[in-house]
Design a protein around this ligand. Structure first.
Ligand SMILES: [Zn+2]
Ligand SMILES: [Zn+2]
Length: 731
């Protein structure tokens, strides 16, 4: 069932028991058969009704054979990539017997070559790094490449340097690689930067933990700490284990797994609705076999049909099929035909009402848990609802009207975004409800405010043109010929539904739309923000919702102009003027307060006079709330004031305070102090370490700020004692 290529006796290890399964490089498996016989559901194997034989050949291994190389990494496929890796790291692939043979380095080089090639192919196929599904695989591949790069001594960001070799070599046959190379480079660099930071922070934290452990004489890391590293910093547990290993320490993997499982269960609980659907999935699947619901909702808001099935789903109780529901009871109804749109393609499910001769059922939401099965979830408002009864059904046509407006607007928005940003922009998701909608997209430039405004304007121009919106079914092939936009990974059958707006936008879409763009009325973007690496989200509103937002803003503007007592056109310049005046006034106020309180400041400040002609003044103002107004600038004024009062003395001043909880310090001295060797700028840089921040300045004046609020006294003491030493005043 397998075909091996034998490179010959000389290529092997020469041991008498050398055979196909030997670790040496004599035999290379190039082809095999797979006998597909069972279905494995994660627990047990069941025989497949139709068994088959699958066969496949490794193309890269055939190349290795043709080129007479025992490993694919030594073929021309990887030659340039390995050369680049060697250029960057100084490490090359070695064989046993070679000078400097290094199995660890070999492994790292092979991982880099393989992973970096995979990274660019994945991105060119439309995968972007994320925390889910294939995006997470990509993220892990990038992270693994970073780690193994560090292992062979690469300290800079490097993946793109090697990636460009991949792009150049492979793009003649895979043009997608070069088309997306700029995008890929940006994604990869972002990920690399982020993970390098993670590595740094995580390593520092782990180093602290390790020295703590060594102090106590233990030989293991608390699995809770390993989990915290993973959860808070994304620090991989394999790396934690590796570093512990180097330090002769251990990690209890079972306990770590325990925390890990607790964590994932917690995050699973968030999706209780999905869980419920899962629980009912068998029920739904069986129903879907016998029922085929026809959706009439594209044309109609109401219809007459039959109640086919009723599922009772009481709060906290178990779900089951039933014949009837009474007033107050919750449940799900399945109809023969429906006008209710089931949540799909980012558009929410319809609410509405189902009336039979015996009762009224309020539909809160409509879902499609299994293909073609529409379930209407809600409760009985009056009387009784029974299976087999005729029913008049009606969707809430106000919400439906708003949903239509919003859904067509997502298509217009998509068109306008591509118009402004080009094909680099890709839709990555959308959510359409009656009161607003959001549209997620990937892009590698950050849009400017003007660009987003242009998008908004383009959409509104199309609304004003009142273009027709046409929905029609056609074959998938014809849709492609028309240049229809489809989400990359959505699966479509042979027939597809196209929504065409004017003659410019065509999308595959099963949603509800207005008949003409004019019905949307008005379109406003509420926000455009980043939701991940190269991922952005636009939130927008239409129709009366948009009108109300504009009216609201107008109201705010009116009340401002009334309060300012100026015409609303003059509001911007008036506010600007007020702000400038305000800054000037508060500066004046502070300098007045400095002068007024100078006397008090002099009283509390520590001062020392040594050798008569010297004066050293220092104080930590944060100890007295009366001085909380002193910021870095006003402390500078205080120091000028002090220097003026001691003109004939060699003076050094160090003043500190907390501003919004963060330490700020100014250092100041007279010219003759500088001549004695004092350098405030140099001192400030040194003190930066003490306050966990930084600073600098001239020899006669410097300032610094930091992060540690408890470091003020220590930093000031440091300044004073340094100056004493420099000036020869040390006690
Ligand atoms: Zn062998
Ligand atoms: Zn759509």
């Amino acid at each position: 069932t397998e075909i091996y290529y034998d490179f010959g006796y000389e290529a092997g290890c020469g041991k008498p028991d050398c055979s196909l399964n030997c670790d040496c490089s004599r035999f290379l498996e190039i082809w095999n058969l797979v006998f597909t016989q069972y279905n494995f559901d994660g627990k047990k194997y069941t025989e497949l009704p139709k068994k088959n034989i699958d066969t496949g050949m490794g193309a890269e291994r055939i190349i290795a054979v043709l080129e007479g190389k025992s490993s694919i990494f030594r073929t021309t496929l990887f030659k340039k990539i390995l050369k680049k890796i060697q250029e960057i790291s100084g490490k090359r692939l070695t064989s046993p017997g070679d000078d400097g043979f290094d199995t660890d380095a070999n492994r790292a080089i092979r991982i880099l070559a393989d992973h970096i090639r995979a990274i660019y192919f994945l991105i060119s196929d439309g995968v972007t790094p994320s925390n889910e599904g294939r995006g997470y695989i990509l993220r892990r591949i990038i992270r693994r490449a970073v780690r193994f790069g560090k292992q062979i001594g690469i300290n800079d960001y490097f993946i793109n340097d090697i990636g460009m070799v991949v792009v150049n070599q492979y793009s003649p046959h895979y043009p997608g690689l070069s088309e997306k190379s700029r995008f890929a480079a940006k994604l990869v660099l972002d990920e690399e930067k982020r993970f390098t930071k993670t590595l740094k922070e995580g390593s520092r934290l782990l180093a602290e933990k390790i020295s703590g452990i060594k102090d106590t004489g233990r030989d293991f890391l608390d699995p809770k700490d390993a989990f915290r590293l993973y959860e808070t910093y994304g620090f991989p547990v394999e790396l934690t284990t590796e570093i512990l290993d180097e330090n002769g320490l251990k990690l209890d993997h079972d306990k770590f797994e325990h925390y890990f499982r607790q964590h994932t269960e917690k995050s699973k609980k968030k999706t209780s609705f999905d869980k419920k659907i899962d629980k009912n999935l068998d029920l739904y699947r069986n129903l879907a076999k016998e029922i085929r619901v026809e959706f009439l909702g594209y044309e109609k808001d109401q219809a007459n049909t039959v109640i086919e099935k009723i599922i009772s789903s009481p709060d906290g109780g178990s779900t089951m099929l039933t014949e009837e529901l009474s007033a107050g009871e919750k449940g799900e109804i399945i109809l023969k035909d429906t006008v209710f749109y089931g949540e799909k393609g980012g558009q929410v499910g319809d609410p509405g009402i189902i009336r039979s001769k015996g009762g009224i059922f309020i539909v809160k939401d409509t879902q499609i848990p299994v293909e073609n099965l529409f379930i209407h979830k809600g409760f009985v408002k009056e009387g009784k609802i029974k299976t087999g009864e005729e029913a008049d059904i009606e969707v809430n046509n106000i919400t439906r009207r708003d949903i239509r407006k919003n859904h067509t607007s997502t298509h217009l928005l998509h068109w306008a975004l591509r118009n402004v940003f080009g094909d680099q922009l890709k839709q990555s998701g959308s959510f359409v409800s009656s009161d607003r909608f959001r549209f997620d997209y990937s892009i590698y430039d950050t849009p400017s405010g003007e660009q987003i405004e242009k998008v908004e304007r383009l959409v509104n121009e199309k609304i004003q043109r009142d273009d027709p919106v046409r929905c029609f079914e056609t074959t998938r092939d014809y849709a492609q010929q028309l240049g229809t936009i489809a989400l990359f990974d959505e699966k479509y059958g042979k027939f597809v539904r196209i929504v065409e707006t004017g003659n410019y936008s065509r999308e595959l879409c099963g949603g509800l739309h207005v008949r003409r763009t004019g019905q949307i009325g008005l379109f406003i973007i509420i926000s455009d923000s980043s939701i991940g690496a190269n991922l952005r989200r636009i939130e927008a509103v239409t129709g009366m919702y948009a009108f109300n937002i504009l009216k609201n803003k107008e109201g705010i503007l009116e009340s401002i102009s009334e309060n300012l007592e100026v015409d609303f056109k003059k509001v911007p310049e008036t506010v600007k003027k007020l702000k400038e005046e305000n800054i000037k006034i508060s500066e004046e106020l502070i300098s007045l307060r400095v002068k007024i309180s100078a006397g008090n400041i002099l009283k509390v400040m520590k001062e020392e006079i040594d050798k008569e002609e010297y004066k050293i003044i220092y104080y930590n103002f944060s100890k007295d709330s009366a001085f909380s107004f002193l910021d870095i600038k006003s402390m500078g004024q205080v120091s000028d004031f002090l220097k003026d009062s001691f003109k004939n003395l060699k003076t050094f001043i160090a003043l500190g305070n907390l501003n919004e909880g963060k330490p700020v310090i100014i250092l100041s001295c007279t010219k003759d102090m500088v001549e004695s060797g004092v350098d405030c700028g140099k001192l400030a840089r040194e003190m930066g370490k003490i306050v966990k921040g930084g600073g600098g300045g001239r020899p006669d004046y410097a300032q610094l700020g930091g992060a540690d609020p408890f470091s003020l006294d220590k930093a000031i003491e440091y300044a004073v004692s340094s100056v004493r030493k420099t000036a020869g005043l040390a006690k």
